[in-house]
Structures are given as structure tokens and as C-alpha cells.
Design a protein around this ligand. Structure first.
Ligand SMILES: Cc1cc2nc3c(=O)[nH]c(=O)nc-3n(C[C@H](O)[C@H](O)[C@H](O)COP(=O)(O)OP(=O)(O)OC[C@H]3O[C@@H](n4cnc5c(N)ncnc54)[C@H](O)[C@@H]3O)c2cc1C
Length: 352
């Protein structure tokens, strides 16, 4: 193994997990409980990835995931434990839908619903809870720039000059970001099987604008504070006040993939104005006076368009380097969690 440069700080672990979203945290929890020495490297200041919550002064807004479902047993037991700790709770069984944003009458619900879950303090509650249990294993503000193989080890170099050497690595970022990291480290064909590379390179994401508004008055959204919209520039409006995570009225407005793609590079002020005008019917009062604060988030990698059907893909077996996350399965919180768990189980076989 090459020696670190004099200004580099070298760390040794059994397994390094890149990304502290739900996939990375589920994987790390499993591996840590199985006795492995794990480091979770996260580029942001906080954990959760797209399970994200932001404040506009005293208003709290979920600006990524709005809710999640639980179908499988493995994720179910994590959610149940988190519920008993007061970290998550059911929000409702389903949301009303409107044909258009102008519709005062929402489409009556005729399906049988299932529980939609929320974090008690916002969507970051669950990832924060998992990260707390992993304690010092989680290192935030650490961006991995490349992953390479040296001798029998995986070497992960970070922008802050730290180098992590491990017996295995698990990349949980959206696949296009994982490919950049692998490419920088030379883990590309012919060093990687070309069919595997092509499968990974086929994953594309749609973007999403998420607009957060602090309101002076409660919104006009119907109970329970979430509305799916069938046409127009907006796909979803969520009321964080009715949801019970914000002590003051606030909305989260999510644009459609089409609107977000067309306006991805448009001046954010114009995007903001278009979205506010589109949802004016659900805001109480004149929109020029009813809004007390605004924040716009532009997610480049919001939803995988055609997720890979397999739960994970090994870029290479020895030493193992694995890609997982919501690019595998269904592009939702539970599929990301299941993918992380599947990857952790697969990697753990090498340590048994
Ligand atoms: C606007 C929006 C609304 C959504 N609504 C819902 C919903 O209502 N229900 C639902 O089930 N799902 C929803 N989703 C999808 C859901 O949020 C994701 O499927 C899930 O959170 C993905 O988890 P993950 O761990 O795979 O990825 P992420 O949460 O993206 O985690 C990956 C992590 O990797 C980190 N990272 C990236 N590059 C690096 C690097 N180089 N070094 C270190 N760290 C790095 C990122 O910062 C991030 O924290 C929504 C997504 C968005 C964007």
C-alpha cells in the first residue's frame, strides 16, 4: 500500500460507508451491530440526505421526503423501535388528490390506504436517531473524492486530505455521484466489468424544486395537510403545521419533474414566483402579504427514473466495493433502507 503523503491523515476501518442517508445508516447499523469497525462519511453538515428538514426562522419544513411507508419486516422493526423512542409516528393513511391546483374540491378517496409515517420533529428525526446510536462512527462534513484499490484494500480519499483505508466500501450516494467517485479512483472498465458499469451508468435521476414558505395564517389545505396534484407545475403541497412538525404555519411545495427539468437553471427568484403563483389558491390572503419567509431547494438527484431492479450491485468482489441506495429497488425511503441492508448483509459475508 502506498504511504500517505506527509499532510494526509490516515484512518483504518473494516468498512467505510459513503453517505449518511437512510441507506448508509441502515447498512452501518447492521454492520456495527455485527461487530465491524465502521466509518460513515457524509459530505453535508448533518445526516439524513434526502430525508431533510430545514428552518425558516421558527418555521420547520420537510423539504425532501414528505412521508414514508413501511411494508417489509426489516425496515418495520427499525421504525417500530423508533416509534417506541418517540422519533417517528404515523401521519395518516392517505392524502387527498386534486385534478388541478385551482380545484377547491379534492377528489374523494376511494382506495384503502396504508400508514404514511413522519418524523416527530421532521423527516431528519429517524436518520438522526440512527446516527446517534452509531455515535463517533459518523463523520459529517467529509466529502469522498475518490475510491481506489491498493493491494487488498479499498482506499477512500477525501477533500479534507483524510484518507480512509478499509477492507470493504459501500457507496450509498445516488449512482451518478458514485460513478464520479469511482471514475476518479480509476475503478472503471476494464478494471470493472463493463456490463456492471453499463447497468450503473443507465441510472438517471429527475430533479425537483422544493419551495418552503413561512405563512402568516394557517394554509387552506384540507386535513391531514398533504395534497397530491395531478396536473400543472406542482406535484405536492405539504402543510408542516398540520403535520405537527412546525409550531407556525408553513408549506412545502414540490414541483413536478417536468417543471424542475425545464427551469433547473432559471433564476431561482423567477422559479419561486412561478410556484407561489401556482399555489395561491391554498394560501389564505393576498400572496403579496401572506408570506413571511421563503426558501428554495433545488434537488439535482431527487428520484431515480428507472431504478435498477437488483437490491445492490458489487462493482468488484475482492476487496468488496458495493453500490446501493434508492437507485436500487423503488426510489423511496423504504427501498433505500432495504437496499442498504441488503448490501450490508452481502458485505458481512466477507467478514464472517
Ligand atoms: C423532494 C423529494 C421528495 C421525496 N419524497 C419522498 C416521499 O414522500 N416518500 C419517500 O418514500 N421518498 C421520497 N423521496 C425519496 C427519498 O428521499 C429517497 O429515496 C431516500 O431518502 C434516498 O436515501 P438514500 O440513502 O439512498 O440517498 P440519500 O438520502 O441521497 O443519501 C446519500 C447521502 O450521500 C451523501 N453524499 C453524496 N456524495 C457524497 C460524497 N462524495 N462524500 C460523502 N457523502 C456524500 C449525501 O450528502 C447524502 O446524505 C423524496 C425525495 C425528494 C428529493
Amino acid at each position: 500500500m502506498a504511504n500517505p503523503k506527509p499532510d494526509q491523515i490516515l484512518h483504518k476501518y473494516d468498512i467505510v460507508v459513503v453517505g449518511a442517508g437512510i441507506a448508509g445508516l441502515m447498512a452501518s447499523t447492521y454492520l456495527s451491530k455485527a461487530g465491524c469497525k465502521v466509518a460513515v462519511l457524509e459530505k453535508s453538515r448533518g445526516v439524513g440526505g434526502r430525508m431533510a428538514t430545514r428552518r425558516i426562522e421558527d418555521a420547520v419544513c420537510d423539504h425532501g421526503t414528505q412521508y414514508f411507508s413501511v411494508k417489509g419486516r426489516a425496515f418495520g422493526s427499525v421504525v417500530l423501535e423508533a416509534k417506541e423512542s418517540g422519533v417517528v409516528e404515523p401521519w395518516c393513511d392517505m392524502f387527498p388528490k386534486a385534478e388541478t391546483l385551482e380545484d377547491a374540491a379534492v377528489i374523494p378517496l376511494d382506495e384503502v390506504g396504508h400508514a404514511r409515517w413522519k418524523g416527530s420533529q421532521g423527516m431528519t428525526s429517524l436518520p438522526k436517531h440512527l446516527a446517534q446510536q452509531l455515535s463517533e462512527s459518523v463523520k459529517t462534513g467529509v466529502r469522498v473524492s475518490d475510491v481506489s484499490i491498493q493491494d487488498d484494500s479499498v482506499r477512500l480519499s477525501c477533500e479534507n486530505n483524510e484518507v480512509f483505508v478499509a477492507r470493504a466500501a459501500l457507496l450509498t450516494t445516488p449512482v451518478p455521484q458514485a460513478l464520479e467517485i469511482l471514475t476518479s479512483g480509476g475503478l472503471v472498465p476494464p478494471n470493472v466489468d463493463s456490463a456492471t458499469w453499463e447497468a450503473l451508468a443507465s441510472v438517471e435521476y429527475s430533479p425537483c424544486f422544493s419551495l418552503m414558505l413561512k405563512l402568516k395564517q394557517p394554509s387552506l389545505l384540507p386535513d391531514p395537510g398533504g395534497l397530491e396534484v395531478c396536473s400543472g407545475p406542482v406535484a405536492w403541497i405539504g402543510d408542516n403545521f398540520q403535520k405537527g412538525i412546525s409550531s407556525v404555519p408553513s408549506l412545502t411545495i414540490q414541483a413536478t419533474a417536468e417543471f424542475s427539468r425545464i427551469h433547473f437553471d432559471t433564476d431561482p427568484i423567477l422559479v419561486q414566483d412561478k410556484l407561489i403563483k401556482a399555489v395561491h389558491r391554498w394560501i389564505d390572503g393576498d400572496i403579496s402579504k401572506a408570506i413571511d419567509g421563503v426558501s428554495l431547494q433545488r434537488w439535482k438527484y431527487a428520484f431515480p427514473i428507472c431504478p435498477i431492479k437488483a437490491p445492490m450491485i458489487a462493482v468488484q468482489n475482492s476487496p468488496p466495493v458495493v453500490c446501493c441506495g434508492d437507485s436500487f429497488g423503488g426510489g423511496r425511503v423504504e427501498s433505500a433502507a432495504s437496499s442498504g441492508l441488503a448490501a450490508a448483509r452481502w458485505i458481512h459475508r466477507f467478514f464472517a
